[in-house]
Design a protein around this ligand. Structure first.
Ligand SMILES: [Zn+2]
Length: 617
């Protein structure tokens, strides 16, 4: 094992010469964190495993035997006994809706992040990111949230060119540099394009070639008789030309074989036999004819896939017919072509848990809690993959899909220390043990973000959850048209809060209402609003606050020409914050503040909108 460590150090030094992200000096000779007495699976080679891993700061220093790794500890290093648990690269989910659909699931962004971390997911992609509009959560909200220092995992945003209903949003994404970190731990992933309508009034549309369509049962022919492709092949090619030439990665939603074939053809025209260096992807890939299979690896197109549940079969069988299921979810066939295939959850469409994915893809289990009564997914059996293949698709291949394989996806010296620790090693455990296994801990950049002490008692009970007061200041843009717009919010310390009241933030003339959408989550408890306002002539202003359960409450204040600070505790509002609450103090959070001047004309000056509460920073 000594030789292993030496090799590792040579690799680090070589990395230095090649300009790798860390140098030997940066990472130091001594580990700040050591995890030992476990099974460390780097995912680089099927046969390779170690007992221990050394971390310095946010990067991996070395992997090796307990004896050799423990020798690397700095005097004040944290040493964690893994009690035989297995350390894997943090799981990467390259297609989720953890951010844009959080609110529709009644969750805050803090809560969806926690969900990911509890499942060992350290990087995810939000595959439908729109501009902010009305109440919907868009990119500004996510950026503000990340700037507030609240990102505990890494999130890649895919910005929509086409919405799921076929509305064209266009090239607005070009405001953001391709693959750049647009806020701490928040990345510009790429561009999402829909070629078929997805969740949308009127239903999901699938487009099949004549070969497949002619053999559909009557129910299917009727169901999709009016299905149409949102983009023709030439339109799609034109869109992709621009996406590709400006260095962006494309991700296209396609389910029917005609839709998928159109994507493959368009990619082929755009790439002109060059390698797919931007990692353009196709999502879903559900219906594939034989001749389509080899095209993924020939063109280098990345396929993203999800688990099949008996529910999807129940849905598809009457519409496509038993016979046509030979085209359906051909995951093993696709992997066998040597294509890059990564595994996602499309959460909330399917369970997010990587352990559930192993069960579904390797054992054919039905892991969807909504359809458990339907039993196992027998169709899956012919397309099952090995546990190793499934693990690779959630680490190495998912890192490749997001273009982050130099930093993540395997455990290697110099890479980021994102780790998922499992109670059992799925490569060695029996299928029943895998079924009963759990995530014991999750580290992001060497920092413990989730732990289950019933599995590893030596870990801290919770990841750094010191509660401290917070306040959000909506730092509003000046010159907002019609006086409404999206404010960016900044999380302030108490000291910063003292100094924040001075500056003028927002000046709007007229009688229009001013809506400040707080592009950020405010966790409970929310205790009040601090407003600083002035007007050109004294007027009443109705302050409406919308809670995060979408319940409005208001209070009227009289504002004069001198800037004045109004402290409005939640108890001063007219009604409880949420329908089920019995008192105004039961606000669980706040989503927006609307100022309604109750006079026409005049000018209302808004200096600050500060939300008060207590929570984590
Ligand atoms: Zn999706």
């Amino acid at each position: 094992m000594r030789r292993c460590i030496v090799l590792v150090l040579i690799l680090i030094c070589t990395g230095l010469l090649l300009g790798a992200p860390t140098s030997a000096q940066d990472i130091g000779a001594e580990a700040t964190l050591i995890l030992h007495n476990g099974i460390v699976v780097p995912m680089t080679d099927r046969a390779l495993q170690h007992e221990a891993i050394a971390i310095v700061g946010d990067r991996i220093l070395a992997l090796g035997s307990d004896e050799d790794i423990l020798e690397m500890a700095a005097p004040d290093a944290q040493i964690v006994d893994l009690h035989g648990c297995a350390v894997y690269p943090g799981f990467i989910d390259p297609h989720t809706h953890l951010f844009n659909l959080a609110s529709s699931r009644g969750m805050t962004l803090d809560e969806t992040q926690q969900l990911a971390l509890e499942n060992g997911i350290t990087t995810a992609a939000n595959m439908h990111t729109a501009p902010d509009s009305g109440n919907s959560w868009g990119i500004d909200k996510f950026i503000t949230y990340a700037h507030a220092g609240r990102m505990r995992f890494r999130m890649h945003l895919y910005l929509i060119h086409t919405s799921s209903c076929g509305d064209i949003e266009g090239f607005w994404y070009e405001e953001y540099e391709p693959k750049s970190e647009i806020a701490p731990r928040l990345f510009m992933g790429g561009v999402k394009v829909f070629i078929e309508r997805s969740s949308c009034p009127g239903g999901v549309m699938f487009n099949f070639t004549d070969e497949l369509r002619m053999s559909l049962p009557p129910a299917g022919r009727e169901r999709w008789e009016n299905a149409w492709l949102i983009h023709s092949e030439s339109e799609l090619t034109e869109i992709l030309e621009r996406v590709n030439s400006r260095g962006y990665q494309a991700a296209i939603h396609a389910i029917g074989d005609l839709a998928i074939e159109t994507c493959l053809n368009a990619y082929e025209s755009v790439l002109e036999s060059e390698p797919n260096t931007l990692r353009h992807m196709i999502l879903h890939n559900m219906f594939l004819r034989d001749e389509m299979l080899p095209r993924y690896s020939e063109l280098g197109i990345v396929a993203l896939i999800e688990m099949t549940s008996p529910q999807s079969l129940e849905y598809f069988v009457p519409l496509v017919g038993e016979e046509n299921l030979r085209y359906f979810c051909r995951w093993a066939d696709l992997v066998a072509t040597g294509a890059h295939v990564a595994l996602d959850s499309d959460w909330p469409a399917y369970p997010i848990s990587p352990i559930d994915k192993i069960r579904s893809f390797a054992f054919g289990d039905n892991t969807d809690p909504d359809t458990e009564s339907l039993g196992p997914c027998s169709h899956r059996v012919s397309q099952t993959l090995s546990v190793w293949q499934v693990l690779r698709m959630m680490t190495v291949e998912s890192a490749y899909a997001l273009g982050v394989e130099n930093e993540l996806g395997t455990l290697e010296p110099g890479k980021l220390a994102d780790l998922a620790i499992l109670s059992h090693d799925p490569l060695q455990a029996s299928s029943d043990e895998v079924r009963n296994s759990h995530v014991a801990a999750t580290y992001v950049g060497g920092k413990l973000e989730y732990s289950d002490r019933s599995i590893i008692p030596t870990l801290p009970a919770q990841a750094d959850t010191s509660v401290r007061p917070y306040a959000f200041v909506a730092g509003l843009d000046s010159d907002l048209p019609n006086g409404s717009g999206t404010g960016s919010a900044t999380l302030l310390t108490a000291a910063e809060l003292d100094g924040a009241l001075g500056g003028m933030r927002w000046v709007v003339s007229g009688s229009t209402d001013l809506t400040c959408f707080l592009s950020t989550d405010v966790p409970s408890p929310f205790t009040g609003i601090l407003l600083t306002l002035s007007t050109s002539a004294e007027m009443d202003v109705r302050v409406v606050a919308a809670s995060n359960c979408d319940y409005m409450s208001d209070i009227v204040i009289t504002v004069g020409p001198e800037p004045e600070a109004f402290a409005l505790p939640v108890s001063s509002f007219s009604a409880p914050g949420c329908p089920d609450a019995t008192s105004a103090s039961e606000w669980t959070g706040i989503e927006r503040v609307v100022l309604l001047p109750e006079a026409t004309g005049g000018e209302l000056r808004v200096y600050d909108i500060i939300l008060l509460g207590a929570g984590n920073r």
